[in-house]
Design a protein around this ligand. Structure first.
Ligand code: NAD
Length: 473
């Protein structure tokens, strides 16, 4: 069988764990693109959200929450060697599920590295232990012994996920547009060398979600365009984190280095929901985004690090700059005002969205042409034409899941891999039809552009790309 055809007739079974906004959205894409009969697909979740969609699609659905003391028994009922575990849940340990799959030759994919429930909020753990850096280090440990074993793709949705591929595309575009003659790099070292040569200092995962609901946000309800639990955990339960570039001259007063691991990132003494930076996208121009911790802030910084011997000679600053939808902004404000306690009522917006776009891309700054944003502009209107049961935010994620599932099926013995390590052109080929418009745009914007002069402002005028210049609060 041709390699490209393998996913069209997948011989194993598929278990989807978690059937919230991402699970329900990805199911129709799987049924559309991956050759697997419905009888070989099972879904388990902790609650009955999505059950009507499972019924409509005639796919088996059971409420069976995975817990540290039952997950092996439950997974054993659904999976054996050469099957596929698609983990789209919250509160279930990615590390334990990956170990389970690697020991049995089961393919694995998740969209975020999750711990078991309660870890983000355990006051006994230090901020460093609650960080994505720490979660990623646990995955990197598994990676070491996984060479040649069954493929486990870690943290591959939109971001983390496809934005890693956007970075590579953006680099190649900048190289071409600045007259830098280069063949597409093949190794991690070559990619790092290219980014260093092009002079990229800082990368934002710059996202503006402008999807709006037909109804005003209900008081006492957290509304969002994707997992409320997920957003609350990473935005409030975990510290803000960022890949820390070698060009940075001003270490943040509230910043800390970890005492272990790859060393590519730092964390702040505050959550991402309270860490605001200036950023830019083509549709919105400049706006304020939040440095919510994400796996890709660390993995991208780590992947593009250049070393001479053991010494790090180049590393970009990388972080998320997220402007959630209006309803989520209000929900966040309400939640922070209530001592960060999550509202009892929650809603993921879908049918009630009237218009708006998720503009998700990477903003590469510091090179010859200043700043370059490359990414997806996907409207709700376009989303409705492309796929059912999801909003624009969801489709960017579910397309990423589909792309990495296909890649994993085509490359089943790659061990534990992150988005940065997989064939970006292959994944881009699969996801692009679902991205709306892919846009690449240069700008002369810097965080010092039109800077308010009224109040005292602590800036570094010599180098606009210092983290302290982006910081708003
Ligand atoms: P959601 O909150 O809508 O749904 C979560 C699902 O997990 C539900 O079906 C719930 O029943 C299930 N679940 C909870 N506890 C469970 C347990 N113990 N055992 C089994 N299932 C359990 O979340 P979502 O928006 O669908 O997001 C799913 C995951 O994807 C989250 O971890 C989220 O952070 C992540 N995500 C990643 C990206 C990305 O771009 N990488 C984007 C959005 C969401």
């Amino acid at each position: 069988m041709e390699k490209e055809e393998i996913y069209r007739t997948f011989p194993g079974r598929l278990l989807i764990v978690g059937f919230g906004s991402i699970g329900t959205g990805v199911l129709p894409l799987i049924l559309r693109h991956i050759g697997i009969p419905k009888e070989r697909i099972s879904i388990i979740a902790a609650d009955n959200r999505g059950v009507s969609i499972a019924k409509k699609e005639r796919v088996s659905f059971r409420i069976e929450p995975l817990l540290p003391d039952n997950y092996k028994k439950i997974l054993g009922k659904y999976l054996r060697g050469k099957d596929f575990l698609l983990n789209l849940s919250v509160d279930v340990s990615s590390v334990d599920l990956i170990k389970y799959c690697q020991a049995r030759g089961i393919l694995y994919l998740d969209t975020v590295v999750e711990p078991w429930k309660g870890v983000y909020t355990d006051p006994k753990l230090s901020l460093s232990e609650r960080s994505n850096y720490s979660l990623r280090e646990a995955v990197l440990k598994l990676k070491k012994g996984s060479k040649g074993k069954t493929t486990a793709v870690v943290a591959h949705g939109a971001n983390p996920g496809i934005v890693s591929h956007f970075v590579k595309r953006a680099l190649l575009n900048i190289a071409k547009d600045t007259g830098h003659k280069t063949a597409a790099p093949k190794t991690r070292e070559e990619w790092g060398a290219l980014m260093q040569k092009l002079g990229v200092k800082t990368i934002h995962i710059a996202e503006y979600d402008s999807q709006v609901s037909s109804e005003p946000k209900k008081i006492g309800r957290f509304e969002n365009t994707w997992s409320v639990d997920g957003f609350h955990s990473e935005g409030i339960g975990q510290p803000s984190e960022l890949g820390w570039g070698t060009h940075e001259k001003h270490f943040p007063k509230d910043g800390h280095k970890h005492t272990y691991g790859c060393g590519a990132a730092i964390y702040l003494d505050r959550p991402g929901a309270k860490t605001v930076v200036r950023t830019w996208t083509p549709e919105h121009g400049h706006f304020l985004g939040r440095v919510v911790t994400h796996n890709e802030s660390i993995s991208i910084a780590d992947y593009f690090t250049v070393r001479k011997g053991k010494k790090v000679v180049y590393q970009p600053t990388v972080h998320y700059a997220y402007r959630p939808c209006d309803a989520a902004m209000l929900s966040l404000e309400e939640c922070l005002g209530n001592m960060s306690k999550l509202q009892d009522e929650q809603r993921i917006l879908l049918e009630e969205i009237t218009t708006g776009m998720d503009e998700l891309g990477v903003l590469l700054m510091g090179h010859k042409k200043g700043a370059y944003w490359y990414g997806s502009q996907l409207t709700m209107e376009k989303t409705r034409k492309l796929a059912p049961y999801q909003n624009a935010t969801g489709l960017q994620v579910t397309a990423g899941v589909l792309g990495a599932m296909v890649w994993a099926m085509e490359n089943p013995t790659q061990g534990v891999v992150e988005a940065d390590e997989i064939d970006f052109e292959r994944v881009m080929e699969i996801i692009e039809p679902y991205m709306g418009q892919m846009v690449g745009k240069y700008t002369d914007w810097t965080p010092l552009t039109d800077r308010e002069k009224t109040f005292a402002d602590d800036i570094d005028a010599k180098d606009p790309w210092q983290f302290k210049n982006f910081r708003f609060s």
